[in-house]
Design a protein around this ligand. Sequence first.
Ligand code: AGP
Length: 615
Amino acid sequence: MCGIVGYVGSKQALSVVVDGLRRLEYRGYDSAGVAVVSENKLKVRKKAGKLTKLESLLGDDPLPSSTCAIGHTRWATHGIPNDINAHPHLDQDQKFAVIHNGIIENFAQLRAELEATGTNLASDTDTEVVAHLLASEYPKTKSLTKAMQQVVSRLRGAFTLVAISSEEPDLLVGARRNSPLVVGRGIGENFLASDVSAFISHTKSAIELGQDQIVELTSESIKIINFDGSDALFKEYEIDWDISAAEKGGYELFMLKEIAEQPQAVRDTLAGRINEKGILNFSDFQISDETIKEIKKVVFIACGTAFHAGLIGKYAVERWTRLPSEAEIASEFRYRDPILDKESLVVAISQSGETMDTLMAVKHAKEQGAKVLAITNTQGSTLGREADAVLYTRAGPEVAVASTKAFLTQVVAVELLALYLAQVKAVTQTSEIKKVLEDILDMSHAIDVVLDTMPQVKEIAEKYKSAKSILFIGRQAGYPVALEGALKLKELAYMHAEGFAAGELKHGPIALIEAGSPVIVIVPSLEHDPILHEKIISNIQEVKARGASVVALAEAGDEVVSLYADQVIRLPKVPSLLQPLVATVPLQVFAAQLAKVKGHDVDQPRNLAKSVTVE
Ligand code: AGP
């Protein structure tokens, strides 16, 4: 939610920053803006709309060359997405430029104070107050870093900020609270960004800032302190992927590339975690066997797609560990009174590791003594830092706003977790665990097989381009898949879609069915789940009897379903709890294709941002 980038060094700062913004645009695309310091003056260009609009403006009205610059891509919270509300924001004398990610909760009070002393604020944003406060603090110490220290002490909420000033032209100052900020250490140049993709083409050496830290960068130095001025602890690391992972690599869309990368992402997430004897080997798992043996309950918390992975995790934990398990939407959990104690394991799932609802839910769980395990795709994320232990998915960078490969790797991670708990607690036969692990190891091949059905899925999608609404139904592990299929369609094709537990249909939603209503059915395995299979065939008949047009996702060899469904998309035969790994893929393609046909921006759907860092 908002992308931030800053550069100081010997290169053309503006082009480094604009290039960084291109890679961060997935975080928000309501407006974009840049500021440079040149000949001791600040110069700003900003524009509502996507980055291309800013690039045209820079073409028409170029900025002077500079070695220090900042850039921002916005997801609007305070103030509509127009040119004035775009970042960077300046003080009245145009000596301080600020970009921001987050929400300054006490901005109204600060704004009123500034106005009372005669300051004119140009925008409706919460951010602008920071530029004016920096201007009023700076004369006291003549240090941008010290002024920033004073200003952050007055702010409440989430505020990751980066500022430059014409008073100190070769300095970049950042402050981090609650939203991400990473430093890139170069040679004769340094970077600041919301995520490493903004600078990975220049350096792979990164520093993860902690909460409430301020960083001061020149081209030759990096100084990090806490908000109170004391020396800060921080973590340096090497980024283990390269720029090609964050580029389209010949694909028309990031989403299509990421869908195609799913077999590899699953393989990478499994790599090194199952030993040659078929035993789970979680050397990177920081919760001791003694602690695991004491766990009496497992609660998954997450948002959106990650929540759907959590639902699958709940089924896997119940099945293999026989522990009570729940899956909760983080924003609901956070304001409830969940029953947790030190024998509870809370598993927070988040691709970005920065989703504010999930972070707040984690805080809530920790306050009640629960152990927290993070499942995240992002090294150095806030979630990873806040949790007691981390299980990394290894999907690589996911750029398209709609989650695809991250979801599949989250499903793999929750299944592995459930099996690991069962292994340590010795509640499931070792032979059964071994068999499931063998099946999991085959899944990347199964996903490859499903990817071959893309042309058929695209044809089916086009048939439904004028549908008013599309329903998705499934049972057990097929239910989260139905939810995920509906979510993908809403966010990409902007169509009304709902996912239901198939058995619930007759309790109300069936009233929605009329002649031609499309219903997509995730059919349980005939071989592994004959009873559920029979039930879903009845559900198909119920909707068909009311005129629905049924597309079934069913395993190869299931000829029963062909008797009732209008169209069948074939899936490889896999055990029920692993079926989401194959059944979700056609639904991703289905939604992407409908979005394309309707002329929507598939990688950057309207109103959304990849990483939702506000509550
Ligand atoms: C998925 O397609 C969405 N864009 C969204 O639901 C996402 O999964 C959710 O916001 C959670 O994000 P996270 O995994 O980064 O926490």
